[in-house]
Design a protein around this ligand. Structure first.
Ligand code: ADP
Ligand code: MG
Length: 225
């Protein structure tokens, strides 16, 4: 469907994205400038100001690094990779963050999962985004289950991230992949947009099944090469 966009539609989509990016970057910049002006007036260096400024710089850095993923790398490295290994990596990476919230991440991997022709770092980014969202959706102790399996009917590798978090109402589900859509105070609203872009580059799909107060299941489907 992306390929079917008319020129005019593409320009307007680009315009919307540009407006969103400009807005998201201007906010922390305005705040940084304000604090600098304050310090110049007072001619003192206030630790509190520095702290706010540092967190605004961190936010800018996060926004830019997420947007950079959208830019095409010079050398696209598609390789046959074992998704289970990437998933295990991501679970290990996010273990500490989960434990801090009394969340356990468990896995149920299909042992004989076929390899997928993919860009490993992009896949890793997608799985990190999903598991992070699950961790962030859980206010109470609980568990996240990461599943991998092969679907012989469609010849696809299927990855599921199943959480016991707060879930989402139906109308939110239609918005979550919009750039900069977030319900979190410190969210960027870019994780899912970037993830969808990556998965569509790999000719795969992402779907969500969510119930408010119960939890969310994200399912990623990847075709074999
Ligand atoms: P961010 O995490 O920065 O908010 P994302 O694009 O990753 O941006 O997610 C967009 C929004 O989708 C989140 O703010 C949240 O409202 C919703 N969301 C995503 N994953 C989940 C989940 N597992 N459970 C509940 N809500 C979710
Ligand atoms: Mg996110």
């Amino acid at each position: 469907s992306e390929m079917m966009l008319k020129n005019s539609e593409m320009l307007s989509a680009l315009g919307q994205l540009a407006a969103g990016i400009a807005h998201e970057i201007r906010n922390p910049l305005t705040s940084l400038k304000g604090f600098l002006q304050l310090m110049m007036q007072e001619e003192t260096y206030k630790k509190e100001y520095m702290d706010v400024m540092m967190s605004e710089f961190n936010r800018l850095e996060l926004i830019i690094s997420e947007l950079l993923i959208l830019a095409k790398p010079e050398v696209v490295k598609y390789e046959n990779k074992q998704i289970n290994l990437i998933l295990q990596d991501v679970c290990t990476l996010l273990h500490t963050q989960a434990i801090l919230k009394n969340i356990t991440i468990s896995t149920d991997f299909e042992e004989k999962l076929p390899v997928v022709h993919c860009i490993e770092k992009d896949m890793k980014q997608v799985f990190i985004n999903m598991v992070k969202n699950s961790i962030e959706a859980m206010d109470d102790p609980g568990s996240i289950l990461v599943v991998s399996k092969f679907d012989p009917d469609t010849n696809q590798v299927v990855v599921q991230v199943i959480d016991e978090g707060k879930g989402m109402p139906k109308d939110r589900l239609t918005r979550i992949t919009e750039p900069f859509y977030t319900t979190k105070e410190k969210g960027t609203g870019l994780g899912l947009m970037v993830s969808h872009k990556i998965i569509s580059n790999h000719k795969g799909s992402i779907s969500y099944d969510s119930e408010e107060g119960k939890g969310t299941t994200v399912e990623i489907r990847l075709p074999l090469s």
